[in-house]
Ligand binder design. Structure first.
Ligand code: G3H
Length: 255
C-alpha cells in the first residue's frame, strides 16, 4: 500500500493499461468523491480526448449517467461536426431525466450541430417484451443506426448502485452480490478480473458490440468506484479509460 502511495500518475497509468487491458489510460489528479471540481476535470479530460479522435461520418453512442453528463457539459461548442450522428447506446433507465442517455445525446448533438437519433424504450424489459418492441419499424430503424456506431462513450458504475438504478428488486440485487458482481457497464455485471456474472437483455449495444467499434472510451472516477472499474474488462484492443487519481489508487489495491 505504501508503495502505491508514492507511485506517480504516469506510472499508475502504465500499470492500469497493462493489468486492465486498455490501449490508453488517462488519469486526472484528485478524487471526485472528495472534490466535485475533479468530476468536471474528468469530463474535460474525456472531452479533450474524444474531440481528438472524431472523424467525419462517425456514429457516436453515449450511455447515460452523471459522469457522461459532465463529459457532454465539458465538450467545446463547435459546429465543425455537422456530419456526425449521436445515438444512445441503449434504452433509458432510472427516474432521473437529466442523466438519461437520450437527454445527453440531444444535448451533445445540439452543441456540435450534429444529427441525432433517440431510442424511446426502457432498458429493463423482459426478453419477450423486447422481441415485440423490436418489431416496431421505427425502433428497428434506430437500433440499426445504433448498431453501426463506431465510437462508444460509456460510464462504469458500481454493481450495487447500478442494479438499483436499473430497477432490480432487493432479491435480484442480493443474487448479483452473491455472484461477486462489482462493476457494471452496458447492463453487464462483472465480478473480479472481468468475469461476467449477468447480462441484461439487449436493446441497442451490448458488451459484445464493444469489441468491434473503432474507439471505446470509458469514463469513470472516484475512490468509491475503484473496485468496480477494476472488475470491468473490455476484450477488444480499442478501449481507453479516463479516470481520476482516487479511483486509480483504489484499482491498484483491488488488483
Ligand atoms: O452508465 C452509468 C454509469 O455506469 C455510472 O453512472 O456516472 O452516474 O455514476 P454515474
Amino acid at each position: 500500500e505504501f508503495v502505491s502511495e508514492i507511485k506517480g500518475l504516469d506510472e499508475i497509468e502504465e500499470i492500469l493499461k497493462r493489468e486492465l487491458h486498455y490501449k490508453r489510460v488517462i488519469i486526472v489528479p484528485g478524487d471526485l468523491d472528495e472534490d466535485p471540481n475533479v468530476k468536471s476535470e474528468l469530463g474535460r479530460a474525456a472531452a479533450k480526448y474524444v474531440a481528438g479522435i472524431l472523424r467525419k461520418g462517425d456514429i457516436i453512442a453515449l450511455t447515460g449517467g452523471s459522469t457522461i453528463r459532465d463529459f457532454v457539459d465539458s465538450f467545446p461548442k463547435k459546429d465543425e461536426y455537422g456530419d456526425l450522428t449521436i445515438v444512445p447506446a441503449r434504452g433509458s433507465m432510472g427516474k432521473d431525466i437529466e442523466i438519461q442517455s437520450n437527454t445527453l445525446v440531444a444535448s451533445l448533438a445540439e452543441k456540435l450541430g450534429a444529427s441525432y437519433r433517440l431510442l424511446n424504450v426502457p432498458d429493463n424489459m423482459s426478453e419477450r417484451t423486447l422481441e415485440a418492441v423490436l418489431e416496431e419499424s421505427e425502433i428497428r430503424e434506430v437500433v440499426s443506426t445504433i448498431k453501426k456506431a463506431n465510437v462508444i462513450i460509456l460510464g462504469i458504475g458500481r454493481a450495487d448502485v447500478m442494479a438499483k438504478r436499473r430497477g432490480l428488486g432487493p432479491e435480484d440485487i442480493n443474487n448479483l452480490i452473491t455472484l461477486g458482481a462489482r462493476g457494471e457497464a452496458f447492463g453487464t455485471y462483472f465480478a473480479r478480473n472481468g468475469k461476467i456474472v449477468k447480462k441484461a437483455a439487449a436493446v441497442g449495444l451490448s458488451i459484445d458490440d464493444s469489441l468491434k467499434v473503432k474507439d471505446l472510451v470509458a469514463v469513470s472516477g472516484g475512490t468509491s468506484k475503484g473496485d468496480a472499474i477494476a472488475a470491468v474488462r473490455f476484450a477488444g484492443e480499442n478501449a481507453v479509460l479516463v479516470t481520476d487519481e482516487g479511483a486509480a489508487r483504489e484499482i491498484i489495491k483491488a488488483l
